[in-house]
Design a binder for this molecule. Structure first.
Ligand SMILES: Cc1cc2nc3c(=O)[nH]c(=O)nc-3n(C[C@H](O)[C@H](O)[C@H](O)COP(=O)(O)O)c2cc1C
Length: 236
C-alpha cells in the first residue's frame, strides 16, 4: 500500500492538524455515537510505539460520580498550583477555564503499562521514557481523529495521578498519562485559548528550527528552506 495522497486527502490531513484545538468551554451535551468513538480509539491504537509494545490502555468514563471525584482532584490541584505563581498572573490563571470534566460527553484516561510484552522491549532499554512517548503518539492520533470526526477534546493535566489511580482502580505499575474530555462542540476556536487571552504567544517557526547544531539559526547549506521559513511562507 504505497499510494500517494490526493491533493484533497492532503488538505484533509492539514485541516485536521491546523484546526485541532484543546477544548474546554464549548462542549455540547449530546452523546458521541459509539461508532465514531470506536473509530477514534482505533486511530489511537494504530499509533507508533517503541518495539511495537502498544503500552496504552484507554479507560472510558461516563459515570458522573466518578467524574465528580476527578473534578475534585482538579479543584485541589488548581488551588495548589496557583500558589506557585504571583499576581497578576495568579488571578489571570485562576480566571482561565482549564477543564471540561463534567460538561463533556465522555472522559478517557490514557495509561502507560511498562510491563506489556516486557521486560525486554526493542528500543526502550537506552531511553526508558520512549514507552511514555509512545502513549503520547497514541494521544495525538486520538486528538486528530476526534477533530476529523468533529469531536472536541481537552487534555486535563491539573490532576493528581495518585487520586486518579485510586478513583479508577489503576494498578500500582500502570501510569496515568492523560485525562481527556471529549464531546461535540459548538465551535472550534481559531486559535489556542491561551493565545487569545494573551497568556503566551505562538513562537515563530524560524526561532525553533536550528541548523546542523544546537542554537545555530543560520547555515549556508540550509539557505533555501531558511528563507522560506523566515519569510513565513503561506503553507496553504
Ligand atoms: C501534556 C498536555 C497537558 C495539558 N494540560 C492541560 C490542562 O490541564 N488544562 C487545559 O486547559 N489545557 C491543557 N492542555 C492544552 C494546552 O493548553 C493546549 O494544547 C495549548 O494551549 C495549545 O492550544 P491548542 O491545543 O488549542 O492548539 C494540555 C496539553 C498538553 C499537550
Amino acid at each position: 500500500m504505497n499510494e500517494e495522497f490526493s491533493q484533497d486527502e492532503k488538505n484533509g490531513f492539514y485541516k485536521a492538524v491546523f484546526s485541532r484545538r484543546d477544548v474546554r468551554s464549548h462542549f455540547m451535551p449530546e452523546p458521541i455515537d459509539d461508532k465514531t468513538l470506536s473509530k477514534i480509539l482505533n486511530a489511537a491504537h494504530h499509533a507508533p510505539s517503541v518495539g511495537f509494545s502498544q503500552p496504552w490502555n484507554f479507560i472510558l468514563i461516563k459515570d458522573v460520580e466518578t467524574r465528580k471525584k476527578v473534578k475534585e482532584s482538579f479543584d485541589d490541584e488548581r488551588k495548589r498550583s496557583a500558589t506557585l505563581v504571583e499576581d497578576p498572573k495568579r488571578t489571570k490563571y485562576l480566571s482561565l477555564r482549564l477543564e471540561g470534566i463534567l460538561s463533556s460527553a465522555v472522559n478517557v484516561c490514557v495509561t502507560y503499562d511498562p510491563t506489556k510484552f516486557g521486560p525486554f522491549v526493542i528500543g526502550r532499554s537506552s531511553i526508558p521514557e520512549t514507552g511514555i512517548y509512545s502513549v503520547c503518539c497514541a494521544i495525538q492520533n486520538l486528538w486528530l481523529a476526534a477533530r476529523t470526526e468533529g469531536i472536541g477534546l481537552g487534555w486535563v493535566s491539573i490532576l493528581s495521578n495518585d487520586d486518579l489511580k485510586k478513583i479508577l482502580e489503576i494498578p500500582e505499575h500502570v501510569v496515568p498519562i492523560a485525562y481527556l474530555c471529549l464531546g461535540h462542540v459548538s465551535e472550534f476556536a481559531e486559535k489556542p485559548d491561551l493565545e487569545t487571552v494573551g497568556w503566551l504567544p505562538r513562537l515563530d517557526l524560524k526561532d525553533v528550527v536550528f541548523y546542523e547544531k544546537w542554537n545555530s539559526l543560520d547555515d549556508p547549506t540550509w539557505n533555501q528552506i531558511r528563507q522560506m521559513i523566515v519569510s513565513n511562507l503561506d503553507y496553504a
